[in-house]
Design a protein. Structure first.
Length: 88
């Protein structure tokens, strides 16, 4: 079963391909995305990587959390499910 990881404190120059390359050393990467401002604007400094299985995800967290990438210390952990927005 695939595991979605949150990747925080990313350089604004990082790309999805950068994430895919870094995380591929830990296991099979199904998806790697950088979150941008609405309308395809500037990156927001975080992204998500979906690993094929929990072993790859655990290895990525172990190897990459706190590691330097493009001059910034990465935050890597299992992504939380998004809370639904409250209706007024």
């Amino acid at each position: 079963m695939s595991v979605r990881l949150y990747i925080g404190n990313l350089s604004f120059d990082a790309t999805g391909d950068d994430l895919r390359e870094i995380f591929a050393n830990c296991g099979v990467v199904e998806e790697a995305i950088i979150v941008t401002r609405p309308g395809g604007g500037r990156p927001r400094g975080f992204g998500f990587v979906t690993m094929e299985d929990s072993e790859g995800a655990d290895e990525a967290i172990r190897q990459l959390d706190g590691q330097q990438f493009a001059g910034r210390k990465l935050t890597v952990n299992v992504a939380k499910d998004r809370e639904p927005k409250a209706q007024d």
